[in-house]
Design a protein around this ligand. Structure first.
Ligand code: 9MR
Length: 378
């Protein structure tokens, strides 16, 4: 072969290798890789995943995610179910899992009206506590959890679901006994217990304009008082068709405009017939089982699969565009088999809200989400 021909062949081979390498580099193989440098991508872990009993889901977590949330393990009712009784075993295993795998570890949650034992609000005679006594108990609980995992849990959901749908404050026992400033105090205690931790206010349906106005009011008030709030968690327990990408975008931007980060903290999309109105995650809602409300026990029809995929892609296009404001996007569960939406608000349904199917295989929506950053770059 003449020297020029040899050179040409070598150059052509090099060019082909370069093209192949670039294509491979552009095709991410995991969610965490696809959004590397944009935001963390997380999943909520249940007990079997935390303890290692569910190895199959754990493998998906390690492959796909770089952040974890505890679905229930750190809630007050589990950590301290009765006065003087403490169960840290699951919480410790959860944190150890995150530390071992270098995850962004979320603590969920410190002050909530649900999964908090009744004794917390009462004295030994069953009488409701005074404001000062409840504040002291709240502080003790916050220190108990935050100090224990100081430097390991990077982000805490300090107050959870304190708002009504109209944007006013929920009349929880926290509110009734302490008053509206229980929120500010909770953030101050958490900051005192770990000054480095990112502190989050977490709530659902924040794309609802009235509730969005309420959360913005709340964050502005807290900031004006110098309260250490860093982030708002938009849970995003969504439904097919709701919220629209425009509503989601408006909510993210207007929350971020108050000077906090946004975490998409509990993402899933409910595809089943919805007996209520609005995107609530009000856990007190319960309804009787009814086969008409469980239409797809054996698989999701193609047209619904397509809608789910389109909605996930549209949401992630918004998240990607607003990535400077977003610290993480966390799915509320790993596979469809374990989602809380199989049992709420109606028990025993077959739902399809996440990106991994019941066998742990990626769904079409997974592929769409994976390709959002690459498509945006074209
Ligand atoms: O997924 C959680 C489920 O296992 C619990 O039974 C339920 C009880 O309240 O809480 C679920 O998680 C909730 C989260 O802690 C706060 N936002 C709404 C979530 C779904 O209900």
């Amino acid at each position: 072969m003449p020297a020029s021909g040899y050179l040409f062949t070598r150059m052509a081979v090099c060019a082909m290798l370069l093209i192949a390498a670039t294509a491979a580099a552009q095709q991410p193989t995991s969610l965490k890789q696809a959004y590397q440098g944009d935001f963390y991508v997380g999943a909520a872990l249940n007990e079997a995943e935390i303890t290692g009993q569910d190895q199959h889901s754990d493998a998906i977590v390690l492959q796909q995610f770089n952040s974890i949330s505890p679905e229930d393990a750190l809630k007050w009712a589990i950590i301290n179910p009765e006065p003087g009784v403490f169960n840290f075993s699951l919480g410790d295993q959860y944190v150890a899992f995150g530390v071992q795998h270098h995850m962004w570890i979320v603590g969920h949650n410190l002050v909530w009206h649900n999964q908090v034992p009744a004794w917390v609000f009462r004295d030994e005679n069953g009488k409701l506590l005074t404001r000062d006594a409840l504040l002291a108990r709240m502080k003790q609980h916050i220190f108990l959890e935050v100090e224990r995992y100081r430097g390991k849990i990077q982000s805490w959901d300090v107050v959870n679901e304190a708002l009504n749908e109209d944007g006013t404050l929920r009349q929880s026992l926290w509110y009734k006994i302490i008053g509206p400033d229980y929120i500010a105090r909770a953030f101050e205690y958490a900051h005192e217990a770990d000054p480095q931790a990112q502190l989050t206010y977490n709530d659902y349906n924040l794309a609802n304009p009235a509730k969005l106005a309420g959360v913005i009011r709340l964050v502005k008030q807290l900031k004006a008082q110098g309260v250490p709030i860093d982030c708002v968690g938009m849970q995003d327990h969504d439904h097919l068709g709701s919220p629209t990408p425009e509503q989601e975008d408006t909510a993210i931007r207007s929350i971020a405009a108050t000077g906090v980060k946004v975490a998409i903290s509990e993402l899933d999309i409910n595809v089943l017939p919805w007996p209520g109105t609005g995107n609530t995650a009000e856990v007190s809602m319960h309804m009787a089982a009814n086969p008409k409300l469980n239409p797809w026990p054996n698989g999701l029809p193609k047209d619904i699969q397509q809608k789910l995929m389109d909605q996930y892609a549209a949401l992630f296009r918004v998240f990607y565009r607003d990535r400077a404001d977003i610290s993480r996007v966390t799915f509320w569960g790993v596979t469809n088999a374990q989602s809380w939406l199989n049992n709420w608000p109606i028990p025993g349904r077959t739902n399809y809200p996440l990106l991994f199917d019941r066998a742990g295989e990626p769904t079409p929506a997974y592929g769409a989400v994976l390709n959002v950053p690459g498509n945006a770059a074209k």
